[in-house]
Design a protein around this ligand. Structure first.
Ligand code: AMP
Ligand code: MN
Ligand code: MN
Ligand code: MN
Length: 280
């Protein structure tokens, strides 16, 4: 069982890399990719844990990209976490995250959320700070009844505490992933709120820039979307990936390894010649 998309506390996941890998093993996952937002900090710890549990770890990352003024997430799978080009690129994104957090903090402060930035930084610890930490702050402070509401009412584009930033360019993100020996995959293509046309343009742009794959199956992809993205993968010559995008045990509707199976008309990315996992 493969799960090629997951998060730890090195970004906005709630489990440490060790706890995440233990849970994956418990759920019967035999190949797990750790794909934290804009960081590879958790890879060494996850690899050690995977070794202990006898499962394979794919060293991954989920890179924030700005494409035609929209945010895309490009997963890098099978990367060398020490490769300098990738790490230089990620360092810029990490800087952008810090700056954005300060601005989100002041916006929330002016909306009455006292100490928002400080509390979000505390929740993020030494991991990459993101909107998810601010969502938790909003719930804690009683401004929203749950995490989803915090995005809906404060943090998503168009809302009062949304801070637009320029992430990596699409060709750059693909280059960094390739420099580090990995495969570049468009994450959760149905989760951007794109029309069919815009999603197809995104897949075309990915393919034109040398990208390798698209997530056909995620933890929340309904069957008709799996079939649709599978046929688009074929059309654009992309491998099919599968990953839950697990963040937290509290999200009871989404579990590690619990994914729709890939249809027969796609080539799974783990069959790509360049696909690499750190096998125990
Ligand atoms: P960021 O990269 O910091 O802008 O945050 C993006 C992350 O926020 C995603 O990876 C999800 O973990 C989370 N997220 C985004 N939108 C939502 C939403 N509507 N509901 C819950 N979580 C969300
Ligand atoms: Mn996330
Ligand atoms: Mn994502
Ligand atoms: Mn993700």
């Amino acid at each position: 069982m493969q799960d090629l998309h997951s998060h730890s506390s090195r970004s906005d996941g709630r489990l440490s890399p060790t706890e995440l890998v233990a849970r994956a093993a418990e759920q019967g996952v035999d190949t797990l990719a750790l794909t934290d937002h804009d960081t590879v900090d958790g890879i060494a710890e996850a690899a050690a844990a995977a070794y202990n549990h006898g499962i394979a770890l794919v060293a991954g990352v989920e890179i924030s990209v700005t494409w035609q003024r929209q945010t895309l997430h490009i997963a890098g799978l099978g990367i060398d976490p020490d490769e300098p080009t990738l790490n230089d690129g990620l360092a810029d994104l990490q800087h952008t995250r810090k700056q954005r957090a300060a601005t989100i903090g002041s916006k929330l402060e002016s909306l009455g959320v006292v100490g928002a930035a400080e509390r979000a930084r505390e929740l993020a610890g030494t991991g990459q700070i993101g909107r998810a930490h601010f969502a938790r702050v909003l719930v804690e402070a009683g401004f929203c009844k749950n995490f989803q509401q915090a995005f809906k009412h404060y943090l998503k584009p168009g809302r009062n505490a949304h801070v637009p930033v320029e992430w990596a360019a699409l060709p750059a993100a693909i280059e960094w992933i390739h420099a580090a020996g990995g495969l570049a995959v468009l994450a959760h293509p149905m989760a951007y709120g794109f029309s069919n046309n815009v999603r197809r343009r995104a897949l075309a742009a990915l393919a034109e820039n040398g990208g390798d794959g698209v997530e056909v199956a995620t933890g929340t992809t309904p069957p008709d979307s799996v079939a649709r993205v599978a046929s688009e993968a074929g059309e654009y010559g992309l491998y099919a990936s599968a990953g839950s995008d697990f963040h937290s045990p509290e999200q009871s509707w989404l579990e590690l390894g619990r994914l729709p199976t890939l249809p027969n008309n796609v080539t799974p990315i783990w069959q790509a010649p360049a696909f690499r996992s750190l096998t125990s």
